[in-house]
Ligand binder design. Sequence first.
Ligand code: ADP
Ligand code: MG
Length: 355
Amino acid sequence: LSPTIAVLIVSCPCALSLATPATITAAIGRLMQEGIVVSRTTALESLHRLELLFFDKTGTLTEGKLRLQQHTVIDPARDQQHFQVCSAIEQHSEHPIARVFTAFESSLVATEVQNTPGKGLSAHVDSTRWYLGTPEYIQEQTGQALASSLRDSYRGQTLVVLAHPGGIVALYGLADTLRDEAPALISWLKKRGIRTAMLTGDQQDAAELIADEVGIDQVYAGQLPADKLSVVQQAQQHSSGKKIVGMVGDGVNDAAVLAAADCAIATQGAAALASAGSDILLLTPRMSAIRTAIETADKTNRIIRQNLIWASSYNLLAIPAAAMGYVPPWAAAVGMSLSSLLVILNALRLKKRQA
Ligand code: ADP
Ligand code: MG
């Protein structure tokens, strides 16, 4: 009877079944303290195996606090009014660009607003149809092309055009500030063996300027939300099985890509739609949080492996010993509890602050 009871106690897979969930729970708790919310537990596994990480530009690599660098009014009749028109239209947008214009007071009201993510907005203001967005969007909607000499004088800036069906009214050149920790993060990712790329709806020259500053080698500019999606899906397909691809984004225009990525990270202040599709939500503006998340995921993986090896070797050795009568039931009970305790204590190492 005694060896039978001992075997029954020893073979209880308590430690084995605690090994993974206890570790993941500890890791999620640890990340929460750092302002990193893990909304899908599989995120830690994908973070650990990440091979390629895409970054959105505006609001992700940059602060998303755009400033008006310069502007040109082409239609002198609207000289007094163009900022007010823009302000009225941008009241209806969540894009970081909107805040540049809503800072201007406006007594005008925009109706029938149409928002085309990655391109711009169209609205009815003061009994005229208006279009505000990229030069390509303006050409598409009004047939008005921008003179290349004008375009050149805005090189490196995010260019926004205001137009109505009668012609182009004004141009605005916006500039953004790079996030402090972005270059350090990119260089750490490269050292860790994770490739990086920029995925943005902004124009090529503005995108390349930021890419050079942060050290990202690959740039995909002028990407509409659907283009962004296909770039990520293509990157995921790899001859030797599926490639683990991540995306960091903030905007409505990133929502589809975030949903498709294996590990989606939404930055602080991201649009609700972007946050909803994310695996990890940052509550801190610090870019280094992404490094913390990856380091924690690596450590989680290590601890899960240690725990599984420990728990299974304990059972493998203790069951035959108990069956041969070497382990009295009381010792089996103590051993089983200690083994579970060890697994939990090992998992709790994740709670310690990394140096
Ligand atoms: P990103 O990928 O860098 O976040 P988006 O894809 O959101 O950029 O936008 C691409 C471009 O579309 C912007 O650079 C801007 O020219 C234009 N655009 C998008 N939304 C707006 C808006 N609300 N107002 C004016 N222009 C906009
Ligand atoms: Mg963005």
